[in-house]
Write a protein that binds this ligand. Structure first.
Ligand code: T6T
Length: 321
């Protein structure tokens, strides 16, 4: 018994020393202000891997620890328990890509109310009062850019389809809206509407197959993200319509880059997820150190075609750091 008590005392003393070193005061329940947790939309996906690489590098540079915890699918019901678990561990800040603009509000608010600094990376909540800062591409503009790019490819005429991922994803909803708005400036093109693939490439391929059966004159497709674009390319390949139906896809995963090189996809709107990660850490650290925080930070986005792909390879996403 006595040995046990002594060991507890030694452990408590050691914990206190460690706490002093790291800024952690485990038992008292206050936050570890040197630790930041990144919660991406989904695990093992090149957009978020690139974001994590940027965030990790920046955190190291600034003397912070960055941990990453991602759901296995892009789904609020899987991301919510991750946020709840992270709150219990009390990091100083979280960088989060909310998987739904309203469904993630309550768990993220709980994090904020627990004293954790919240920074949104890529996606955002509709309620702008919860996060301190949001870092993303200008997604509405990205959708407009996709429409302008597709208009050139189809000679400004014919039926076009939008393949979106999941309704309620702030970024891709804005891209679809930007695309639809810009189509008003291209009266020769008519929209066949927006279809959702549930962030699943196989579903995007099936949407293409079904659309081609009903509209064999389909001229072009705008795929609003990585899974939509990878799947749409597969659908066109299956239907033997490669190059005939023009495809513009958001993002630049290794597979999308291969598809661009092969001529399966005519243009990619690449984002800069590495910089989103870097800027996210910078804003979180500013908040933790009591410095001014920027509420909205916009990162780069670029339309890449086969002819300029080599010059723009810095925008290609990574599958590991
Ligand atoms: O397009 C990115 C991201 O910007 C979007 O919010 C969700 O999908 C991606 O992660 C690509 O899969």
């Amino acid at each position: 018994m006595r040995t046990g008590t002594a060991m507890v005392a030694v452990l408590a003393a050691a914990t206190a020393v460690l706490a002093g070193c790291s800024g952690k005061v485990g038992d008292s329940g206050s936050a570890d202000t040197k630790r930041i947790v990144l919660i991406p939309g989904v695990a093992n996906e090149p957009f978020y891997i690139s974001m994590q690489c940027g965030a990790q590098g920046e955190a190291k540079k600034l003397g912070y620890q960055l941990d990453t915890q991602a759901p296995t699918q892009f789904d609020a019901s899987l991301q919510t328990p991750i946020v709840t678990g992270v709150i219990a561990n009390k990091p100083g800040a979280i960088l989060i890509a909310p998987t739904h603009a309203t469904a993630m509000a309550s768990p993220i608010k709980q994090a904020r109310d627990a004293g954790i600094k919240v920074v949104e990376v890529d996606t955002a909540l509709d309620d702008t009062s919860i996060a301190l800062s949001s870092i993303s591409s200008d997604n509405t503009k990205g959708g407009q850019l996709a429409a302008q790019t597709l208009a050139k490819l189809v000679g400004d005429k014919g039926p076009v389809l939008v393949i979106n991922t999941k309704a309620g994803t702030s970024t891709t909803d804005q891209r679809a809206q930007g695309f639809t708005d810009e189509l008003k400036n291209h009266p020769g093109m008519n929209s066949l509407g927006v279809q959702y693939n549930n962030n699943d490439a196989a579903q995007a391929a099936s949407i293409v197959t079904a659309t081609l059966a009903a509209h064999p004159d389909l001229a072009g497709i705008f795929a609003t993200n990585l899974s939509s674009a990878e799947g749409a390319a597969t659908g066109l390949r299956n239907a033997n319509k490669l190059g005939q139906v023009k495809l513009v896809g958001f993002d630049a995963s290794p597979k999308q880059v291969e598809d661009l090189k092969a001529g399966t996809v005519q243009a990619l709107i690449a984002q800069d997820p590495g910089t989103i990660g870097v800027d996210g850490v910078d804003q979180a650290v500013a908040a933790l150190e009591g410095k001014p925080v920027t509420r909205t930070v916009r990162t780069d986005m670029i339309a890449i075609t086969q002819t300029d792909m080599d010059a723009n390879s810095k925008y290609f996403y990574k599958s590991k750091c």
